[in-house]
Structures are given as C-alpha cells and as structure tokens.
Design a protein around this ligand. Structure first.
Ligand code: NDP
Length: 335
C-alpha cells in the first residue's frame, strides 16, 4: 500500500535534499550519496595499499560506440580519484573473438588485476555469454558470471551487480524501508531488472519486499505501477511512466538513460536548466519517468542525470575494492 500524499513515511530521510516546488517531494541526490560511499571506499583502498595491495581494475573496450567510450572513461576517472590502478585495453571491433578471450585469459592470470570489466555491448560476432563466462568469477566485478549470479540468487552474494546494488544504497541512504513494501520493477534485463527484483526479495536489509517484475508483455502496466510503494523503472523507453501511472507517496527510482534530440523536446515546450549545453550536444538525457508529473505524486524520486548513474560507478569501485580484499586476504570495512 502507498502512503498519504507526499508522505515520506516514518523513516528519517538522511541525505541533504532539495525540495520540489511546493510539495514535500525529496529529489534524491545520487551524486551526494555516491560521494559518501567513495570517501569510505578510499579509506579501504588506503588500508589495502598499506597492507601491500593496490586494487586494480582492467577495462576492455571492443566497440566504436561513443556512449561506451564515455562510460569507460567515467569508470577510469572514478578509479583514479580513489587510488585504484586502472589498466585499459582497446580491441578493434573487427578482430576475432579469440583476441578478446586471450586478453581476458592474460588478465585472469595477472595478480595486479583484481577486477575485469568488458564494456558491453561487444560486437555481434562475439558471444556475450562466452565473454562473461571467460572472466575469473573472483575478478568478475560486474557480477554477471553465472557463478556470481547463482550466489546472489541463493542469498549469499560475493558481488552484487552495480546498478541494483547502487539502488539498494540509495534506498538505505534515504531511510526508505523495503520490508513489507510493494515494489514494481519495470524491466527484466540480466543487468538491471532481474537482479534488482532478486535483491528486493532477499531476506534482510534492503529486501523483504513483495516484488512484481513487469516487461514489454505485461498487460496493464499502469495498474501495476499504481499499486506500488516503490517503482523502479528500467525499460529504456523515454518518459514512459508519468504521474498518472503512480499513486501519491510512491518512491520512484528512475534507472533509464535515454538520449532525446533537443529539437524534439523543445517543440513539445520542454525546458531544462541545462538547455544551453544540451543544444550544443544536440541531445539531452531523460529517464524512463516523466519527471515533472511523477514528482507531483512521489515522496522521493531520482532525477536523470544525477540519480542512479553515479551509484552504478561507485558500486563498480566497491566491487573492485572487495575483489582486491578477497584476493589479498586482507579484511577491510566496506561501506
Ligand atoms: P534492456 O533493453 O536490456 O531491457 C529493457 C527491459 O524493459 C526489457 O525487459 C523490456 O521487456 C522492458 N521494456 C521495454 N519496453 C517496455 C514497455 N513499454 N513496458 C514495459 N517494459 C518494457 O535495458 P537495460 O536493463 O540494460 O537498461 C534499461 C535502461 O536503464 C536503459 O535506459 C539503460 O540505458 C539504463 N541503464 C542505466 C544505468 C545507470 O547506471 N543509470 C545502468 C544500466 C542501464 P522485454 O524483456 O519484454 O523486452
């Protein structure tokens, strides 16, 4: 059941927050939450270094895609800021799959590398599943290897996938209880929707929710989302969820990152604070949620950008630090 209008519930809300116009909606600041986690993780890095191990993350890019390049460089920057060593390889997308597999094999053997990330998507001639299975499960900081997926589903995760884990951190930081709540996850991908739903139904903190997973074949999606206390939107469809699909007091987590042409939105009369920058790029980023109408209903909502995205990167560094700790046999106090 959902709460009263814009009622944030009895839980204290912890983050420094902005209030939307004349309501009590919390606009969740993902950057601030990620900064806090990164600061704690930097202490863990320092402890590991003092014990003789500097955490190392290897990234491999086998794509000419602009967005993939941007994501990889954001991950490098995050590592650098925290003192995590970063090894980066680029493989021409026209190369055979074997070149990628051999590189993964080398990194699996390299003791200075604790985490390996192959930026997706890989070219069509490379089987994605074979890539994920090639990575040593102990170095699988994306947590997509079947062994790590199995451990998570069984309730004893070694690593949790970065985006769903980051969403758990957001909910915890904002004091948003999941236990006994009705959660609706829109999307059933292996990287977001399915693991998110799985974490929400696990026993313990951040779990114990009654969880419904929706997808493109779901009939009457608005009926499902209107019944939810927490809606997590991860469909990749620009602004598909609007206020009319939500109940008062709902918590809205918008995972979607969609590029929308600026001219398209201008003609619809939509204006944002970053209009000038957007015009230069020719596109702007929007989520799966129509922010303005959704925030009129929500007790708390993540913006795009600045909501879930920063947590995804922070949790990659979390998994890298955890991987280094496990491989070095040095305990650290992870946040
Ligand atoms: P996928 O395309 O892999 O999955 C999308 C899911 O949404 C599918 O399960 C699909 O259903 C479902 N879906 C699509 N259209 C509808 C619809 N109209 N109604 C209901 N369900 C629908 O995407 P990802 O999970 O990889 O990513 C989702 C979004 O999140 C993207 O915008 C992506 O860019 C973003 N993202 C953001 C991250 C961040 O850090 N902020 C990290 C990862 C992703 P079906 O299975 O039936 O096809």
């Amino acid at each position: 059941m959902v709460g009263t209008e814009n009622d944030a519930g009895s839980q204290p809300l912890l983050s420094d927050r902005r209030r939307s116009r004349d309501t009590m909606t919390t606009i969740i600041d993902g950057n601030a939450i990620a900064d806090g986690i990164r600061a704690d993780l930097t202490d863990c890095v320092d402890e590991l270094v003092a014990a003789g191990t500097r955490p190392g993350l290897a990234t491999i890019l086998m794509s000419d895609d602009d967005a993939s390049e941007t994501y990889v460089s954001m991950k490098h920057r995050a590592c650098k800021e925290m003192g995590i060593e970063n090894i980066h390889d680029e493989i021409d997308p026209s190369e055979p799959a074997e070149v990628l597999f051999e590189r993964i094999d080398d990194l699996n053997e390299d003791p200075s590398v604790h985490g390996i990330l192959v930026q997706m998507p890989v070219p069509d001639h490379v089987e994605k599943r074979a890539v994920l299975e090639r990575i040593d499960p102990l170095k699988d900081v994306d947590a997509f290897h079947p062994e790590n997926v199995g451990r998570m589903v069984a309730g004893h995760a070694r690593y949790k996938p970065c985006t769903p884990h980051g969403i758990q951190k957001i909910l915890a930081a904002e004091g948003i209880e999941t236990e006994g709540k009705d959660a609706v996850v829109v999307g059933r991908s292996d990287i977001v929707g399915k693991p998110m739903a799985n974490l929400l139904v696990q026993y313990g903190e951040g779990g114990n929710a009654t969880t419904t997973v929706c997808h493109s074949r779901t009939q009457d999606l608005p009926e499902k989302t209107r019944d939810a206390d927490i809606v997590i939107a991860a469909a990749g469809v620009p602004e598909m969820i609007d206020g009319s699909m939500l109940s008062n007091g709902v918590v809205v987590i918008d995972v979607g990152v969609n590029r929308v042409e600026v001219s398209e939105r201008r003609s619809e009369g939509s204006q944002t604070e970053s209009d000038e920058a957007d015009t230069e790029k020719g596109y702007e980023l929007v989520g799966d949620v129509e922010f303005e109408s959704a925030r009129e209903k929500a007790s708390a909502i993540t913006p795009v950008p600045g909501g879930v995205g920063p947590l995804t990167i922070a949790m990659l560094t979390y998994n890298t630090v955890k991987a280094a700790s496990l491989q070095a046999g040095v305990d650290v106090d992870l946040p």
